[in-house]
Ligand binder design. Structure first.
Ligand SMILES: *[C@@H]1O[C@H](CO)[C@@H](O)[C@H](O)[C@H]1NC(C)=O
Ligand SMILES: *[C@@H]1O[C@H](CO)[C@@H](O)[C@H](O)[C@H]1NC(C)=O
Ligand SMILES: *[C@@H]1O[C@H](CO)[C@@H](O)[C@H](O)[C@H]1NC(C)=O
Ligand SMILES: *[C@@H]1O[C@H](CO)[C@@H](O)[C@H](O)[C@H]1NC(C)=O
Length: 774
């Protein structure tokens, strides 16, 4: 439903356009648009890709962008190739580092065809400067950029560059480095799998520990192989690592190595039915959501599973309180290779390893003054025994049994009428974005996740590898192998034309302003704004507006009559605008008859878009009610009166009508109220207003040829002529056998047209919901 099929590229492009999406399709000689730097002040998005750096306009990325080509030299490419690397995939300069350096320059590094290089990129001071120039001077990028483009490197610059990367050509020596700045470079202990065991880094962040900057810590998020003896067999574990920003290494041992490095496992799991937890261990991305207290951001983390059989993704939330508690808890300890890991019970040396040298917690000015026993202990106890559990001990989102996995996350804090909400934008490996809001049901311990939108943002299924959100522009920027896309954070207009629908959508960005569903601004105190994110209760929000809606002809209920031909199928379209509304269908033989729920069977098929009735029977005639239920609020979206006509009857009627004029009215057609009426209905059927508007929509969206419409107009005309002819004949009292044949042909033709139309409508819905004409 969300994928753009290759053979339907045109449709897909149109669909992307209708989502207000702007795409940059990439250069033929580049790829891997994975490194993003958002500069809201200058209004630019700088993107690092294969052999190129781009600068996009945040307003519209396709408008005026600048590009710099920075390929690896032919010599480096040859060397890379001789070393057995893949020329096209690895022997290029993949830009992996883009960091603000000073007021005018960015620091940039690339893999340089397995020979990391760094330089400075001039971007100017003010937006008007419009400078975009790479300094010709190139530095060695060892310990700053990875060799291998596969190995993501993440850095944080504060005069100093923190990087989790591989430091050798073979990609075996992984380390956390600190380079640049005034201090000697520092790194993690080499060749000790207790410290790092084939890690893949996904995030680096500075989080203050107290009001004293001496206590500032760097937290690293990564996944790695479980430590020897930590797990039976091979397993991946998600980790959070900590370091002191002012760590200068040890004096006698751990010289130029971190002395404050500690790591803990991050758990994200759900209990299984068999009592065994399902673990999501493949950490993919983290996002830190700031709170009022800078010491306590909320950590959002995206995980997938390691299993080949079971494909799943999850989002877990962690609190800094829980993380700090684990780092203050027992260290993981074992007496030798054949022993189990146990919590360390002995005496922990002072100052406790992991504590930053500062005036807050002790009299140490620098890690070089740490007692030997502290450094020795730190070297052999880098891991904590207890893992960090997520808030509420379970994921906030779990997605299994789908053919995609999560790759990226960004979160936006949205101010709504009834409080603040975190809206998550989750990228997938098939080029889609899920927009999800978590709403407290009673308390923060009981959250409800509401899927607001699911959008395709690239032409082809491709993994989302980079995501940046601009609050200023209210846009989201997305990177993949094939290009860059830009989408708005909200499209309130898709939630329909009624207050209740806007309200039920529960999108904190949107509210009902009296006439339409539009962007909600908390500052603009307008009395007419209707919004209720927490409960999504339109009864309290919209009841007084119902009348207003009716006056404007915007009442949600549709009341129509549909004709079906016996033994053919018909589709009753009913499409709630809210993604979460549950629809169900009721059937009533006549107005005063009792309603009964329609259950799916081989003839009645309930789809997301409506009800498909196959092989119509005469007894299917009656009233069909489409109900949408959400939050105990039931809305009748549609009332359809279905009349089933059999083809024989059609001929009979046409024929009979001819005879009726000649002889007495027939006694054998008690269920048909009037033959004359039937003619009119037959015409209104061909001329069906709703079919027309759906048709128009399709043509507008898919730009299909208008041939089909012409055909129908022609048919209507023919029927009218036929009718006139018959009336003339009735007056003359003549029965013309040719007219009869003609009517039969028309009926068959109409049936065929109707089938085609239904087929087409269904295709339309597979890609994008059609706006319902009300
Ligand atoms: C890639 O192609 C663009 C033109 O589309 C050109 O400007 C650029 O220099 C090329 N880059 C490399 C590395 O050859
Ligand atoms: C972005 O710019 C392109 C090219 O100038 C234009 O076709 C498109 O309509 C613009 N899109 C938006 C959303 O402004
Ligand atoms: C920023 O750094 C670059 C590279 O070292 C240097 O050339 C430039 O003069 C610096 N700019 C400022 C404003 O300090
Ligand atoms: C409808 O199908 C039934 C069973 O297949 C058949 O007996 C009947 O003649 C068909 N009616 C029409 C009008 O085609």
């Amino acid at each position: 439903r969300t994928k753009c099929e290759k053979d339907e590229t045109k449709m897909c492009v149109e669909m992307l356009a209708s989502n207000n999406l702007v795409t940059f399709d990439g250069l033929a000689n580049s790829s891997a648009y994975h490194t993003f730097l958002l500069d809201e002040e200058k209004g630019r998005l700088v993107v690092g890709a294969k052999d190129h750096i781009f600068s996009f306009n945040l307003l519209n990325i396709s408008k005026d962008y600048a590009q710099i080509s920075w390929p690896a030299s032919p010599t480096r490419r040859d060397e890379c190739k001789w070393a057995g690397k893949d020329l096209s995939r690895e022997c290029s300069n993949f830009i992996k580092v883009l960091q603000p350096f000073n007021q005018t320059h960015l620091y940039v590094c690339g893999t340089g065809a397995f020979h990391p290089v760094c330089s400075y990129l001039e971007v100017g001071k003010k937006p008007e400067d419009s400078v975009f120039r790479l300094e010709p001077h190139v530095e060695n990028g060892r310990g700053k950029s990875p060799y291998d483009p596969k190995f993501l490197l993440l850095v944080l610059l504060d005069g100093e560059l923190y990087a989790g990367t591989s430091a050798d050509f073979m990609g075996r020596d992984f380390a956390i480095f600190r380079t640049l700045g005034k201090h000697h470079p520092i790194r993690t202990e080499q060749h000790d799998s207790r410290w790092l065991n084939d890690p893949r880094f996904v995030g680096v962040h500075l989080i203050p520990e107290s009001d004293n900057p001496e206590d500032d810590k760097i937290y690293l998020f990564f996944r790695e192989n479980a430590m020897d003896g930590e797990h039976v067999g091979k397993a991946t574990h998600a980790r959070i690592g900590q370091l002191c920003k002012n760590d200068l290494g040890g004096h006698r041992s751990l010289v130029n190595k971190w002395t404050t490095f500690l790591k803990a496992r991050l758990i994200c799991s759900v209990p299984g039915s068999n009592g065994i937890d399902t673990h999501f261990d493949e950490l993919q991305d983290v996002f830190l959501m700031s709170t009022k207290d800078p010491k306590s951001p909320v950590i959002y983390a995206v995980f997938t599973t390691s299993s080949n059989i079971f494909k799943g993704s999850a989002v877990c939330m962690y609190s800094m309180t829980d993380i700090r508690r684990v780092f203050l808890g027992p260290y993981a300890h074992r007496d030798g290779p054949n022993y189990q890991w146990v919590p360390f019970q002995g005496r922990v040396p002072y100052p406790r390893p992991g504590t930053c040298p500062s005036k807050t917690f002790g009299g140490f000015d620098t890690t070089k003054d740490l007692p030997d026993e502290v450094v020795t202990f730190a070297r052999s106890h880098p891991a904590m025994f207890n893992p960090v559990y997520p808030i509420n001990n379970r994921p906030i989102i779990v997605k299994t049994d789908v053919d995609y996995q999560f790759t990226q996350i960004v979160v936006d804090k949205v101010e709504a009428e009834d409080g603040q909400y975190d809206v998550m934008f989750i990228g997938t490996d098939i080029g889609t974005i899920l927009k999800v809001v978590s709403i407290p049901r009673g308390s923060w311990h009981d959250l409800e996740e509401v899927l607001l939108e699911e959008m395709t943002v690239f032409r082809e299924p491709t993994a989302i590898k980079a995501m940046e959100l601009s609050t200023k522009q209210q846009q989201l920027y997305l990177g993949s192998d094939i290009g860059v896309s830009q989408m708005p954070l909200h499209r309130c207009e898709v939630y329909g034309k009624a207050c209740a629908e806007c309200c039920l959508a529960r999108d904190p960005y949107c509210a009902w302003d009296g006439t339409e569903c539009s962007r909600y601004f908390p500052m603009a105190k307008r009395r007419t704004r209707r919004q209720d994110i927490r409960n999504g209760d339109p009864l309290t929000q919209c009841s007084d507006l119902q009348h207003h809606d009716e006056l404007n002809g915007q009442m949600t209920l549709l009341d129509k009559t549909v004709y079906g031909v016996e033994n053919s199928s018909t589709f009753l379209e009913c499409n709630p605008k809210s993604q979460r509304a549950l629809t169900y269908w009721q059937y009533q033989r006549s107005f005063d008859d009792h309603k009964q729920e329609i259950r799916s069977d081989e003839r009645f098929i309930r789809t997301e878009q409506g009800l498909l009735i196959r092989t119509l029977h005469k007894k299917d005639s009656g009233i069909y009610l489409c109900q949408a239920v959400e939050h105990g609020f039931m809305q009748t979206l549609l009332k359809v009166t279905l009349e089933v006509i059999d083809t024989n009857r059609l001929e009979e009627l046409l024929h009979h009508d001819e005879e009726a004029a000649a002889s007495a009215p027939a006694q054998d057609l008690p269920s048909t109220p009037s033959h004359k009426l039937w003619y009119r209905d037959f015409l209104s059927l061909v001329n069906h207003p709703t079919l027309n508007s759906v048709d128009e929509f399709c043509e507008q969206v898919w730009k299909r040829e208008r041939k089909h419409r012409k055909q129908k107009a022609h048919l209507v005309q023919q029927v009218q002529i036929h009718q006139q002819q018959q009336q003339q004949q009735q007056q003359k009292g003549v029965v013309n056998p040719h007219t009869h044949m003609h009517a039969q042909g028309l009926a068959a033709k109409w049936k065929h047209l109707q089938e085609r139309q239904k087929g087409r409508n269904r295709r339309t819905h597979e890609l994008e919901r059609a706006p319902r004409s009300v």
